[in-house]
Design a protein around this ligand. Structure first.
Ligand code: NAG
Ligand code: NAG
Ligand code: NAG
Ligand code: NAG
Ligand code: NAG
Ligand code: NAG
Ligand code: NAG
Ligand code: NAG
Length: 532
């Protein structure tokens, strides 16, 4: 986090000229101009009002984004970028060639991106006060506009035409193409989709405009309204209904990394008595409730596998699970415990209860007339069962891994999700004591005795391992409630150390079953030094 902040503070940029040299008089960028990505250099091309700027922003240590951002606010919020999926190193250069081509080359001179403008006719480039960066001809007709190639954001006066798309960024701090898409399709339907990430094809539409007429364009007008119109200008659907004055507020509409399209506002001045803080605030958003909207046939849902959507539409890992990547929660959750064995008792497992939780979709078993206690028991004894759903109609549903579609939904009364987890999870504790082998398990009935006996067992096993000689148990201990094991017995119990449960810095833990003790499960810890 600190790392990211650091780099966000020292955004950067540009070496050369056009804007800086022409500064006050003209904002036009002439043919033959270029800008170079450099650390510790913040020069950039501002728009005439200074509200927007164009240039390189440093995103990671040696990764620059050619971008447009709000330049008068401390956040310097990025609204467009050319190379979101391939950051360029220091020394990379964007150039408006003498032939009128606008190209981004990396430090070695390889082309990373170029504006798909006509091959002739461009006579200058300009960063406009609307946030639009344009290539224009001598008559000031725009031949190319950044507004026509949006990334994840629309600005007032910008519109989205048929076939136009916004793609969410990947995470808050990663600008690359993410998992959600806002699309005005060629057929005129306006939709929000999950994508088949990392491909950008549409997967599941979780919001769409229900209109009978064909949508022609999405307009974000200067009054801060966002709406879909038909070809003759009739408003078919209003996406953002609250008018907000552009002279008083910076505004943007961004498809965020979490799949929500939000209309943000930021006061231009701190006018006393205003209700808006000096920061980006959400004025409106779609869909109204994303957690209830995403139920894909395939895919990991809006939150990733093994997650549940909370009421506030954020993602949660149930007990026994944790985020695969805490900086990228939508990657889903991983199981932190040793999975249940199919031929061992289930006493070690319990359920994390999620009341009012809906879990539509695939169940591998369903039972009618089964009360909650029996539903629990059924899932507990079933090594395939990761989640059981029990409701007041005495229905019981079982789900395996990975599970998806879990959503807390206050309208589903009397349905609860029971997520199975291991109660005493030695692996997740990761405590690596330096004592050697063996861990007793259920076998030793009293802790007092365990404390007393453990050094002995340790001694026994260690000697076995290194000497492979039989060790006699001192007579004093005979007849007490304890068992000791030969190396061969442990080898047999663990099926020649086959099933690894976990690994520490100095030892590896294996699962074993004791033939002599009604098949009880044990964990056998073994020093790495020894060769099996
Ligand atoms: C930019 O160049 C065009 C065409 O030469 C000219 O009409 C326009 O006034 C220039 N703009 C500025 C801000 O200098
Ligand atoms: C660049 O901007 C950052 C943040 O505003 C500032 O701390 C830094 O001194 C600037 N660097 C230069 C070379 O102007
Ligand atoms: C500029 O406009 C004039 C008159 O409208 C036209 O004749 C000319 O072809 C235009 N030039 C370019 C480069 O578009
Ligand atoms: C952003 O996320 C993508 C997709 O996971 C990854 O390939 C890329 O390296 C990330 N970029 C940064 C700057 O972390
Ligand atoms: C924005 O659109 C609304 C609805 O069509 C309209 O009432 C308003 O006048 C428009 N604002 C501008 C500046 O065009
Ligand atoms: C626009 O077209 C629709 C039919 O496609 C029609 O019902 C409506 O009256 C038209 N509106 C205008 C302003 O022409
Ligand atoms: C999620 O829900 C949808 C809609 O009910 C369903 O088609 C899909 O199979 C579910 N996914 C899983 C993995 O259960
Ligand atoms: C989303 O749905 C949940 C569950 O029905 C509800 O508690 C919550 O208030 C809803 N949120 C919005 C913004 O509608």
């Amino acid at each position: 986090m600190a790392f990211h902040l650091l780099y966000h503070l020292c955004f950067i940029v540009l070496a050369l000229l056009p804007c800086s040299t022409m500064a006050q008089t003209s904002k036009n960028i002439s043919l033959g101009s270029s800008l170079t990505a450099q650390n510790d250099d913040n020069s950039s091309c501002p728009s005439p009002s200074g509200e927007f700027a164009f240039g390189f922003r440093q995103i990671e240590k040696d990764g620059f984004l050619l971008a447009i951002w709000f330049d008068k606010i401390p956040e310097k919020t990025i609204v467009w970028s050319a190379n979101r999926d391939s950051l360029v190193p220091q020394g990379s250069k964007v150039e408006l060639t003498s032939g009128g081509q606008f190209v981004l080359n990396d430090a070695k001179g390889s082309q990373i991106w170029s504006a798909n403008s006509p091959s002739t006719g461009v006579s200058y480039a300009a960063m406009l006060d609307t946030g639009n960066f344009v290539l224009a001809n001598r008559n000031s007709t725009n031949l190319w506009e950044s507004f026509d190639q949006p990334t994840d954001t629309m600005l007032p006066t910008q519109s989205l035409q048929q076939s136009g798309k916004l793609f969410a960024r990947y995470t808050v701090t990663n600008y690359s193409t993410g998992r959600f898409m806002f699309s005005l399709q060629p057929d005129g339907n306006l939709r929000l989709y999950t994508t088949n990430f990392p491909q950008d094809s549409a997967n599941f539409a979780y919001w769409s405009v229900k209109n009978t007429e064909i949508g022609f364009q999405v307009i974000f007008n200067q009054s801060g309204l966002i709406y879909l119109t038909s070809q003759n200008g009739t408003i078919l659907n209003t996406i953002s209904v609250n008018p907000i004055a552009t002279q008083d507020f910076y505004q943007r509409s961004t498809l965020d990394y979490d799949g929500v399209l939000r209309h943000y506002v930021y006061p231009k001045r701190s006018t006393s008595g205003e209700m808006w803080p000096m920061a980006w605030s959400t004025s409106s958003f779609i869909p109204p409730n994303i957690s209830l909207s995403i139920v894909e046939k395939v895919g990991s849902g809006g939150c990733g596998f093994n997650t549940l959507y909370r009421v506030d539409n954020t993602c949660a890992c149930p007990n026994g699970y944790s985020f695969i990547d805490p900086n990228d929660e939508l990657k889903g959750c991983k199981q932190d415990f040793v999975p249940q064995s199919c031929n061992a008792p289930a006493d070690d497992f319990d359920f994390d209860e999620w009341p009012n939780t809906n879990f539509p979709g695939l169940d591998y078993e369903q039972f009618q007339g089964m009360a909650e206690d029996r539903c629990r028991q059924s899932c507990l004894e079933d090594c395939f069962c990761a989640v059981a759903i029990s409701n007041i109609y005495r229905e019981c549903y079982k789900k395996g891994l990975p599970f998806v579609n879990g959503t807390i939904d206050s309208s589903t009364h009397g349905t609860k999700a029971l997520v199975k987890f291991r109660k005493h999870n030695s692996i997740s504790k990761k405590k690596e004591d330096s004592t050697l082998i063996i861990v007793g398990s259920v076998l030793l009935s009293s802790l007092g005795i365990l404390n007393f006996i453990l050094p002995l067992i340790t001694y026994v096993v260690v000697s076995r391992m290194y000497s492979r000689k039989a060790v006699a148990v001192p007579p004093n201990y005979q007849g007490m409630n304890l068992k000791y094991f030969t190396y061969e017995e442990l080898k047999e119990a663990t099926n020649e150390f086959k099933e690894e449960l976990g690994r520490g810095t100095s030892a590896t833990v294996f699962r074993g079953v004791l033939a002599c003790d009604e098949g009880k499960c044990v964990a056998v810890k073994i020093l790495d030094a020894k060769q099996v």
